[in-house]
Structure formats: C-alpha cells, structure tokens
Design a protein around this ligand. Structure first.
Ligand SMILES: Nc1ncnc2c1ncn2[C@@H]1O[C@H](COP(=O)(O)OP(=O)(O)OP(=O)(O)O)[C@@H](O)[C@H]1O
Length: 259
C-alpha cells in the first residue's frame, strides 16, 4: 500500500483535446491515497475528455500524467489495469451477465489465461458484493437492474479490480437524490477506508462540495483545484455560471436561481 502522504496521481500542465484541437489546458493537480475528487464544469468544457485521457483511452496533447511515480505512457495495458480502473456510464455489452459475473470480470487483470479464480479473487468479489449491498441481486442479469443498482454493480466491479486509482464518468447520472447520495457516500467510504484515489466527473456540484476531499473546476482558464471550502472562499463556484441565471450562496454551498 502507498504511504499516506505520497501522491498517487500527479497532473502537470496537462492539455487535452482531439488531434491538435485543445479542449482544456493548464490542468495541474495532485491526489494522495484515500482522496475522493470531483471534476466539475459546464457542459462541453472537457470533463469526459479529461477522464478518458487520464484512463489512457485517448492521447493527451501535452503535459504529464504520473501514476504512482511512473508516467502513464510508460505503462503496458496489462500493468495499467492493475493500477487504474475506469467506470464509464454506458456499458451495454456486458448487460447479459449476472451481477456476480460482471463483478468477477474486475479480477481479469489477475487471472491466468483460463480465467480461473483463486481464493483471493473470490474473496475480493465477495467483499465488493457486500460493500455495495448487492447480496440479494448477485444472481440477477444486469439488464434486469435499475440504473441505481447497475451503477452500484459497476463501482463494485472497479472495487474488485483493486486498483489504487478509480476513475468514473458521471456515476450519478439518471439517479434520484437518494441514490446519488448513496453512490457518492459509497465512493467516499471506498476512498477513505480502502485508501483508493477516486476521481469522478459530475454535475452535482452541491453534493461534491459536501462529500469530496478535493474538487477540480474546469473553467476554461485556470482550472482551479483544491479543498471545496477553500474554493468557496476564493469564490470559484460564483464564476462557474452566468450570475444573471444562478448565484452561488457561499453560506449554504448551494446555487439559487437569480430573481
Ligand atoms: N470524439 C470527439 N471528437 C472531437 N471532439 C469531441 C469528441 N468528444 C467530445 N468532443 C468535444 O470536446 C469538447 C469537450 O467534450 P466533453 O464531452 O469532454 O465535455 P464534458 O465537460 O464532459 O461535457 P458534458 O458535461 O456535456 O458531458 C466538446 O466541445 C465536445 O464537442
């Protein structure tokens, strides 16, 4: 396990985008083990592009992505899958599997070519099923689940993969308030209790302020990053949306419709 004060993820002057078209640049932040970090920003600002770039699904334009002291570009696919897991919103190909089978796929980086599971693999699957309250659902097909249940299964699979970093693209989309809070609290527990470094994109700024240890704001300029309270003090949330539409209330950490 990494030492508590070590940076697990270090992003240095990163520019992201498509071919030579820069979507966002000057992205800088460090995350340690056990930190939950939300990535927020308006539609189309580059949140998913950043997540895909960090996950190695698309090339960066410039800058450095350092995972556990090693540059992302120096990882083989197989080694990367032991350091980093990615939960994307739409994964229709796997929906015909049962909940338990899908979670077991998280162990793929560790199994031999026959895919046989060791006792350690089985234990990791059992504890992921338990942590995400999936005991009663484990023999159901994934296509029979609600969005909230499916989201829990996808995060449980990432937990079974047992990587130091977990990236999630909008894990609360389509969920009601209760289930948004439920999944975010489960992610917080996973970060704090199992010392995972977890980054997720979200439009739930108010929940992210309450639950995250760090927030990265993609604002198209300086991309502020830090403790949510410090970001509030520095008025970064006030500038996120045009104030004639919504105003940020620093006392409550919420947005109010401008009258
Ligand atoms: N495959 C692609 N090729 C070229 N441009 C793309 C591609 N995918 C996204 N973009 C563009 O990159 C920019 C950032 O998109 P991205 O999906 O990262 O934003 P986002 O912040 O996640 O948005 P949202 O909140 O709406 O999900 C947008 O201008 C988008 O049109």
């Amino acid at each position: 396990m990494a030492k508590v004060d070590e940076n697990i993820l270090s992003i240095k002057d990163l520019a992201i985008g498509y071919d030579s078209r820069v979507v966002a640049e000057h992205i800088n932040f460090d995350l340690k083990a056990g930190m939950l970090c939300g990535i927020v920003g308006i539609n189309g600002i580059g949140k998913s592009t950043l997540l895909r770039t960090l996950g190695g699904f698309q090339p960066k334009i410039s800058g450095d992505i350092i995972l556990n002291h090693k540059n992302l570009k120096d990882y083989t696919a197989s080694n990367l899958s032991k350091e980093l897991s990615v939960v994307l919103t739409e994964q229709p190909a796997s929906k015909n599997l049962t909940v338990q089978e899908l979670i077991a796929l998280g162990r793929q980086p560790y199994t031999n070519w026959l895919g046989s599971l060791t006792e350690l693999d089985k234990e990791q699957i059992r504890s992921s099923v338990a942590a995400f309250l999936l005991e009663d659902l484990k023999h159901r097909k994934c296509h029979e689940l609600s969005d909230g249940q499916m989201q829990r299964v996808l995060v449980a699979r990432a937990m079974a993969q047992d990587t130091s970093i977990i990236l999630l693209d909008e894990p609360t989309t389509h969920l009601d308030l209760y289930h948004k809070v439920q999944i975010l609290k489960m992610l917080q527990e996973l970060a704090h209790n199992k010392h995972k470094t977890i980054l997720f994109t979200t439009h739930e700024i108010e929940l992210a302020i309450q639950l995250c240890d760090r927030i990265l704001i993609l604002d198209g300029k300086d991309q502020p990053f830090g403790d949510p309270c410090k970001l509030i003090e520095k008025q970064h949330f006030d500038r996120l949306f045009p104030s004639e539409m919504v105003k940020f209330d620093a006392k409550t950490g919420t947005y109010k419709v401008s009258k």
